[in-house]
Design a protein around this ligand. Structure first.
Ligand code: GSH
Length: 196
């Protein structure tokens, strides 16, 4: 098992976290996205979309962090078998990719890796309301639930990756006590590893 991994990416961290919790050994292949290493001709042969993470399981090559989570967790306690719970896990993972990551992760990238400029300020401004809306949805759900679907699943891993560093994207969690409490619950799961 090989993982093409970006050290600064929450999407790559999701996969490293699950691999650790499953106890699956994996060779990490570092890809420096800030140096354009995910856009070389060689890497585009691996993932024509030019993005990390990418898993290579004995020649089976899979991109998209949440697809990788689904692939690795199948048959494990991190992905329920029950059809409705299984679908709810995917509901939250699609939510993460459409309503959370495009606002919170990209704001973090802009703040941490792009110089201040009017263009950056404008890009952050258009992401602000979407990011807050996603956090409000999470806060509401976590008011009545300890995890996103029953016990800890890959839905939690997918949402944890960028939520726990959301302050780095300009989204501090002061007004989201339920999310903060959930973050602490995730951090004490067996096999947990930090992002950095
Ligand atoms: N939907 C994809 C997003 C992957 C993605 O945006 N990866 C970023 C790092 S977080 C990347 O590799 N960017 C490099 C580039 O666009 O050149 C996933 O969940 O895996």
């Amino acid at each position: 098992m090989k993982l093409y991994n970006s050290a600064i990416s929450g999407n790559s961290y999701k996969v490293r976290l699950l691999l650790s919790q499953l106890g699956i050994p994996c060779t990490i292949i570092p890809i420096d996205i800030l140096k354009g290493e995910s856009r070389t001709a060689e890497f585009l042969k691996i993932n024509p979309n030019g993005r990390t993470p990418v898993l290579d399981d004995n020649g089976f090559v899979l991109a998209e962090s949440n697809a990788i989570l689904a692939y690795l967790s199948r048959g494990s306690r991190f992905l329920p078998d029950d059809r409705r719970r299984w679908a709810l896990v995917f509901q939250w993972m699609f939510f993460e990719q459409y309503s959370h990551e495009p606002y919170i992760a990209t704001s973090r990238f802009l703040l941490q890796h792009r110089l201040d400029s009017p263009e950056r300020a404008a890009a952050l401004a258009v992401r602000r309301e979407g990011g807050l809306a996603a956090l409000r949805v999470m806060e509401g759900h976590l008011t009545a639930n300890n995890f996103f679907v029953g016990d800890y699943t890959i839905a939690d891993i997918a949402l944890f990756a960028y939520s726990h560093v959301s302050h780095e994207g300009g989204f501090p969690l002061d007004d989201f006590p339920k999310i903060r409490a959930w973050i602490e619950r995730v951090k004490i799961q067996p096999g947990f590893i930090t992002m950095y």
